[in-house]
Write a protein that binds this ligand. Sequence first.
Ligand SMILES: [Mn+2]
Length: 512
Amino acid sequence: MEMKSAGNDTSLRLSDLTRFDGIVIQCHDNPDADALASGFALRWYLGRMGVQARFVYSGSHPITKSNLILMNENLGIGCEHVQNIEPAGLLITVDCQYGESNVTALPAAQVAVIDHHQVSGTLPAMSEVRSNYGSCSTVLYEMLRAEGIDINEDRNIATALYYGLMTDTADFTEISHPSDRDLRDIASFNKSFITLFRNSNLSIEELRIAGDALKNTIVNEERAYGIVEAGPCDSNILGIISDMFLEVDGVQSCIVYNILPAGVKFSVRSCVKEVKACELAAFLAEHLGGGGGHLVKAGGFLKRDLLVKAGVEYEKEAVSSFIASRMNEYFDSTTILYAGEYTPDLSEFGRYRKKMFAVGYVRAADFAEPGREVAIRTLEGDVDVTVTEDLFIILNVNGEIYPIRESKFARSYRVTDDPYVYPGEYPPNVIDNGNGERIPLLPFARSCVSVGGDGIYAKEITGRMKVFTVWDAEKYYLGRKGDFLAVRTDDPTDFYVIEKGIFAKTYERFEG
Ligand SMILES: [Mn+2]
């Protein structure tokens, strides 16, 4: 088999798959809603293209959870439980990667992978893994979109993908990627099916699991966090337990996790501004899976194969001491700076100024009538703005997007005739908040270059640092080792963090 190593850029298109005969789609053993939805959408696509495919799962256990049985039957998913198959011409694993411990190996001439988890081994040449997506359903939604196909052409497909994303992200509270928000907002789903599935989600056994879990809480008083291990249960049960646990006096942040065959699923909560739940989740899952969400609620997954590779034995005691030590590391390795309390010692800082560099810009009035309320959808979140004649949007070097007024734009940038090429991963959109329409920005983008300025003071950050700036006393900016702490030359109380990649690209040393 032709192989490519982990971490390579892959761009598989769904239309690459239609030339094969004997296609079998396989999701992981013990399927969840996201796995069922992804395979269902893929088989639907292939069917439209005149290609027949089977959709299967393997492993010793048939599906028993009632929401999944209802989903499988009501939406016509028809995912079959098999122990073995005739060798497939092409085996496509969805919501998992071929060769992983939670995917029974089925025989195949060729393998393809579509997934949203962290890459754990070697991927086949035909693969599409978007590890920063909240669900594999979102990956399918985007891949269908790339083929010009609207998921809302089939209400069952839209319902399945919506439900897949919903259950993988604890009712959308743990989503982080803008494409996830797009799927959530755009899917025209069958409300009565979603209500039916949602209300068949908790079994009596899972309710007992929640009760039992709360008998074995660990509270670290010094760092004010809590840890709970729950038995195997759905991820939204983890959310329910962590919501309750956070209510406890003396628990300012908490993690609730369970050990599943494929890995450790966890929910994180925080009620203090010094801990962003999404950032704690990302820290815990660093190199081991994925984590993200919102300031208060977040979640993630530690893949079994990656934990074992990192030397963590996959059993109760070892996993629990690993989690406790990562939690301690999180609290102990971080410096917190508060605007108004911290005075930078400028003798430790160097002087830097912005290089001339090319970025893109869009004049808001070009894509929407002045007065319209729009949300600019970016990797970091949605920013609501009102369109005015003088509103411009900058598409920055790393793909970040921010609004700017024309007067400031005119001072900081010079318009050029060069064609504009967007460097980022998520082509930026704005959503018209009035009618929900999604407007792609790139057709309106033009080029400009930034012009100098009087520079900043900056120093490299050596550990983890949380910075509360004068602009926002509630939300910190996170600095990691190698990033820079920057101070304005005209106002030393105004300090902030610049990510190391952006710093290297956009700043240069300067003797001012
Ligand atoms: Mn999934």
